[in-house]
Design a protein around this ligand. Structure first.
Ligand code: AMP
Length: 499
């Protein structure tokens, strides 16, 4: 495990701090080794899955590293998932161990038993806690020997339905992406990162945590995102990574100033589109231009705006080194530069496929190895990539293609609009109709629909104009800040009468 070697190389350096702990690299490594020995004593062997569904904690991070150390496969699960969803994820991943929070242990034990998994809680003392089960283990287990393509983590792709697939990421995938990010973001041992992201997603686990451990920097660990705590932790820090919602909340909190972020050299955003207004607002408040990047569970980070060089609002920057990137049409033919098409990637950072779904062709891989991300993008003359939307969100209205992102950008810039989500709804005449769901700027009444439409008409062809507008206090989002368009489509499905 490359992280083990990186930690061993700087034993006395502090690598992680939280409200109560300060761990040097040697202490972190010793804890990981102790946990790994405990996992081995519990009978966990290479290739077995360890499913972990706990609130963010340092122990959770240690368990992640210990799982990798014994060659087992870490399966992080969002603590917000309910019994039904957990039942699906356990049934699919078939873990040997399922670790959950004490509050859920009793309700979830039949699920664990149903798949033959042993259930533990993480920190709590007493029967059933992993801490207690591992307490007696002291002799470090030898680190498992593995090859780069051995599986390390299964990340279930966004979505809470039974169709969610587990992206199977190998040690090589994780290492390739972490090294590329360390290179493009110039992360080194002098960096201090404020970590306020959850650990069940690639953003918090790989993009933020793996890179810092490998590069030798220091992590300031926050259990959750909370604007005042983040700003306090930013004093003396050099890096912050967040989802766009974190940036809008930081801005809305009013606690940001140039002085409060003086030492920070990079603010990085991703996992959902960063609104150009947020980019501009953040620059006004702090003097810092956010580095937007783009990636996904299956392939880590694919593109980033540069550290040196223009950071462009509305663009996710250029492909990372080692990423074989192209924009292709449905048949897999590369499109002419500047044209929108499907983003496809190939390289060491891309997962080999999905857990228990051996048919690569059926799960988005082309014969020549490219992975079809499902995102639609286009590359401008300077090689910067712009995400136009998800292929499945493409609206076909009266036979014409409409990319929601184009309309959202226009609506978002109109007075009184905080943000918008554009969706396609069944329509008797057009097949699908363009519909906009809008949240108004905080504290003001929603702008009048006809005023918005008049504003949009000045910039958009008629067929792209919304045929209906709805107003919500807030757009529905998942934990990573992604707007849940499927929820909106369901909610407003009956808007137009379709026979
Ligand atoms: P996940 O696998 O949960 O990380 O979701 C990945 C998806 O999030 C991508 O396929 C994109 O649709 C979206 N995404 C991530 N970063 C960005 C970004 N900077 N701009 C637009 N969409 C993004």
């Amino acid at each position: 495990m490359a992280i083990g070697a990186a930690l061993a190389a700087r034993a006395d350096q502090v690598v992680i701090t939280d409200a109560t702990n300060t761990l040097t690299a040697a202490q972190l490594l010793a804890e990981v080794e102790r946990m790994a020995a405990g996992l081995t004593a519990l009978g966990i062997v290479k290739g077995e899955r360890v499913a972990v569904q706990t609130e963010k904690s340092l122990s959770q991070a240690l368990l992640y590293l210990a799982t990798l150390r014994v060659g087992a496969v870490f399966v992080p699960l969002n603590p917000a998932y309910g019994v039904e969803e957990v039942g699906y994820f356990l049934g699919d991943s078939q873990p040997a161990l399922y670790v959950c929070d004490p509050a859920h242990a009793i309700a979830r034990s039949p699920l664990a038993a149903g798949v033959g998994a042993r259930l533990f809680t993480l920190d709590a003392e007493g029967d059933g806690s992993l801490a207690a089960a591992l307490a007696g283990t002291h002799t470090p287990a030898p680190a498992a020997t593995f090859r780069g393509d051995d599986p390390a983590v299964i990340i279930y792709t966004s979505g809470t339905t039974g169709r969610s697939k587990g992206a199977l990421l190998s040690h090589r995938n994780l290492l390739a992406n972490a090294l590329a990010l360390i290179h493009v973001w110039k992360i080194d041992a002098t960096d201090v990162l404020v970590h306020a992201l959850p650990l069940f997603h690639i953003h918090g686990l790989f993009v933020a945590f793996n890179t810092m451990l490998l590069a030798g920097g220091r992590v300031r660990w926050l259990r959750r995102f909370e604007p005042a705590a983040v700003v306090e932790a930013l004093a003396g820090a050099t890096l912050f990574m967040g989802v766009p919602t974190h940036y809008t909340r930081l801005l809305a909190s009013g606690v940001l100033s140039r002085e409060s972020v003086r030492t920070v050299r990079l603010f990085i955003a991703g996992s959902a589109p960063l609104l150009p207004q947020t980019f501009a607002g953040f620059e006004r408040a702090t003097g810092q231009r956010i580095v937007e990047r783009y990636g996904m569970s299956e392939c880590g980070i694919v593109c980033s705006n540069p550290v040196d060089g223009p950071r462009r609002p509305g663009s996710v920057g250029r492909p990372l080194p080692g990423v074989d990137f192209r924009i292709a049409d449905e048949r897999g033919e590369p499109v002419i530069s500047g044209t929108a098409g499907g983003i496809e990637v190939r390289g060491d950072h891309v997962c080999s496929g999905y857990w228990r779904r051996p048919d690569r062709a059926a799960t988005g891989f082309r014969e020549n190895g490219y992975f079809m991300t499902g995102d639609v993008g286009q590359v401008d003359d300077d090689g910067y990539v712009h995400i136009v939307g998800r292929a499945k969100d493409l609206i076909i209205t009266g036979g014409l293609n409409v990319y929601p992102r184009e309309i959202e950008l226009v609506l978002d810039a109109l007075p009184g609009v905080a943000e918008s989500a554009v969706i396609g709804l069944p329509h008797p005449d057009f097949g699908e109709a363009v519909v906009a769901v809008i949240s108004a700027t905080c504290g003001s009444a929603p702008p009048a629909a006809d005023v918005l439409l008049a504003g949009a008409r000045r910039q958009l062809a008629n067929f792209k104009l919304p045929k209906a507008l709805f107003f919500l206090d807030e757009l529905p989002r998942n934990a990573m800040g992604k707007v849940q368009k499927a929820d909106l489509r369901e909610r407003f499905a009956a808007t137009f009468e379709v026979r």
